[in-house]
Design a protein around this ligand. Structure first.
Ligand SMILES: [Zn+2]
Ligand SMILES: [Zn+2]
Length: 230
């Protein structure tokens, strides 16, 4: 299905282009703000008040993770349409949602920082023809008026495809997956990813940025996978 500008990508209602209609927009924001046990650090929607598996099982180097929405039906299919169906016009709608969340948390305007997309593997780049995280970062940069650094963070390519692995195996293989090609002596940077499943990718990328000189690293993403998604 083609998403025409001026149509809500979720319900199809006619609205002012490249964004969700007010009803869907409010529903999504509501679900992010009102989940009873969401981890305040990594944004994971927890089933109960117990400890967050992604923050307690590993020493997470990333500061705070904020996602536009949970990777659940029907929003998960939108992310797949974006990533695999090349519906790039969804990126501004995702960016609009996320910026609204940042606004509501009193985090805007963001200054003295930059956006750094998580690099894709060579395989997925050649399969898709674009890096979904980089395209999203580009739209987010426009929205938040922040510079986007596309060429500083790199990925070693000998690792296994993350999405084919179990949660535990992902953590192990993501260690040492990323590196920086130059020093980055800046106080703050924001990693941008499409789907955050375990934080292991973010953690590895964060460690690469910290090693290059960045003092603090937070992260923004389109979607956060709930723990029961496997
Ligand atoms: Zn809608
Ligand atoms: Zn957490």
């Amino acid at each position: 299905m083609l998403v025409l500008p001026g149509t809500c990508p979720l319900c199809g209602t006619v609205c002012t282009g490249e964004r969700f209609c007010p009803d869907c927009h409010n529903d999504i924001l509501h679900s992010m703000q009102n989940h009873p046990y969401r981890c305040a650090r990594c944004c994971l929607a927890l089933p109960n008040a117990g400890p967050c598996p992604d923050c307690s099982e590993q020493a997470l180097h990333t500061g705070t993770v904020i996602a536009a929405f949970d990777y659940v039906h029907p929003l998960d299919s939108l992310v797949l349409r974006y990533k695999n169906g090349r519906q790039l016009d969804l990126a501004p709608a995702f960016a609009q949602l996320l910026s609204q969340q940042l606004q509501q948390r009193g985090l805007l305007p963001l200054t003295n920082t930059c956006l750094i997309p998580i690099p894709g593997s060579r395989q997925s780049l050649s399969r898709r023809g674009f890096n979904p995280a980089a395209e999203f970062a580009q739209q987010l940069g426009k929205k938040l008026q922040l510079p986007v650094e596309h060429f500083v963070l790199h990925r070693h390519d000998q690792h296994l495809k993350q999405s084919s692995l179990s949660r535990h195996a992902r953590r192990a293989t993501a260690a040492g997956l990323y590196y920086c090609s130059r020093r980055l002596d800046i106080p703050h940077a924001i990693l941008v990813d499409d789907i955050v499943t375990t934080c292991s990718t973010l953690d590895s990328a964060t460690r690469a940025l910290l090693a290059a000189g960045v003092q603090r690293v937070d992260a923004l993403a389109i979607a956060r996978t709930p723990p029961n998604h496997f």
